[in-house]
Write a protein that binds this ligand. Sequence first.
Ligand code: NAI
Length: 505
Amino acid sequence: MPALNSHTLIAVIGAGAMGAGIAQVAAQAGHPVRLYDNRPGAAAQAITTIDQQLAKRVASGKLAATAHADCIARLQPADSLEALADAGLVIEAIVENLEVKQALLSELEGLCRSDCILASNTSSLSITRLAAGLQRPANVVGMHFFNPAPLMALVEVVSGLATDPGVAACILATARAWGKTPVLARSTPGFIVNRVARPFYAESLRLLQEGVADCASLDALLREAGGFRMGAFELTDLIGHDVNYAVTCSVFDAYYQDMRFQPSLIQKELVDAGHLGRKRGLGFYDYREGAVRPQPNDAHSTAMVEQLIVEGESGLLEPLIARLAASGISVIRRAGSGLLRVGDATVALSDGRLASQRAREEGLDNLVLLDLAFDYQQASRLAISSAADTHALARDQVVALFNRAGIAVSALRDSPGLCVLRTVAMLANEAADALLQGVASAKDLDLAMCAGVNYPCGPLAWADAIGIERVVQVLDNLQAAYGEERYRPSLQLRRLLAEGARFHE
Ligand code: NAI
């Protein structure tokens, strides 16, 4: 199904943050646009604000003056719903309330052409439910933009039970023609991004609650080792804890209290206290004037190391070994089972067991476990954790080894899967389960997480890179350690493991 042609009138209802942004996107793509809001004057005011913002972009040389003038000429405020009757596509971005949205869609159905597509920008309501009771539910589709709509690439095109596949295909093509990165999703709670991203916040919140490390260190690890733009605490401070906590609660309830989505008590406490993040000056961090931003806790060492022994195949750690060799460490290879030896220490990538447990089970002395990095060649920080009986000198030798290659070290309290590894395993598990349930394709799941929340790599492609076997092993070990079904591996992961297959061929 082709995209709507650029002469098609687009109606946008709700001139708040999202509606105004969506109207701007459609007008910049060449469509005539009418913007309606039931607050008198709100639509005209939103167009004035768009005008001022585009004028600034012209002044800074980022936009041609003609593009600005053309866009504004195409944007018209509407003072009644009747003025939207000629639209080929209506996108509603009004208050997030099922009854109010249903009433609006029903009224629009009576006013608009029979082939008019009715799209909702809802981020949490079921498209199936919104369309139920309408005369033409096949014409209803989700068109979920991200905030700010003119800047964020992702659009989730969401089909309810009755949505005509041709309508979804037309909206997909239209979003693409508007310069967006659209993905197809089935209407399920959280769609793609708001579901698959939950573990990103949840695992850091757990690590903090369990005293594994402080906020600044965990944030730094997700950024500097994980390759994410922001850590979970700085990001939720930016989003607002009221908003982020409400999304978690809504997904948790919608999945009948599946423990995988269980909200965090420490985030609830921030909400209860009114510490909503940046907008209130206080969240996990203090944003008030004069406040000093805490720095990550770096492990320091005065130990001297010159040599690294690599026993057998070191798999994912090969790029790290190459980097250490390039920094002047002499690397000696000998037969073995994938362990590294530096000074008195035995070093291994975590498999999701506690360091103390693994040391005991495998009879390893002075065990120090390593966390995952998105790219061991580039990471400027790595997390380690030590078994209870690991000598301080052995740990210091490992710290010295990484410092030598310019890598800062965060020494975490012994905890299963450290920080990045457990977060990525849980993101992959959630994406795998969404795939299992037919929410979206593997390609679209990964695309959504890269375009919608800027992940350095789609979670499924990341699982392929780590190896499905290790992801399942980490999840199994997390589940055993916590005794919680929260960490149960998705059948999709077990199936791929049994088949010897991958998410992307
Ligand atoms: P907002 O509160 O900034 O704007 C909503 C606008 O809709 C207001 O101007 C209000 O006067 C108007 N409105 C309310 N009821 C109306 C009605 N019956 N008829 C006409 N206009 C009406 O809200 P925001 O943030 O723009 O969100 C709008 C929708 O977009 C919601 O469904 C929300 O869940 C969704 N969304 C919000 C995102 C965000 O980050 N803010 C991201 C993605 C989706």
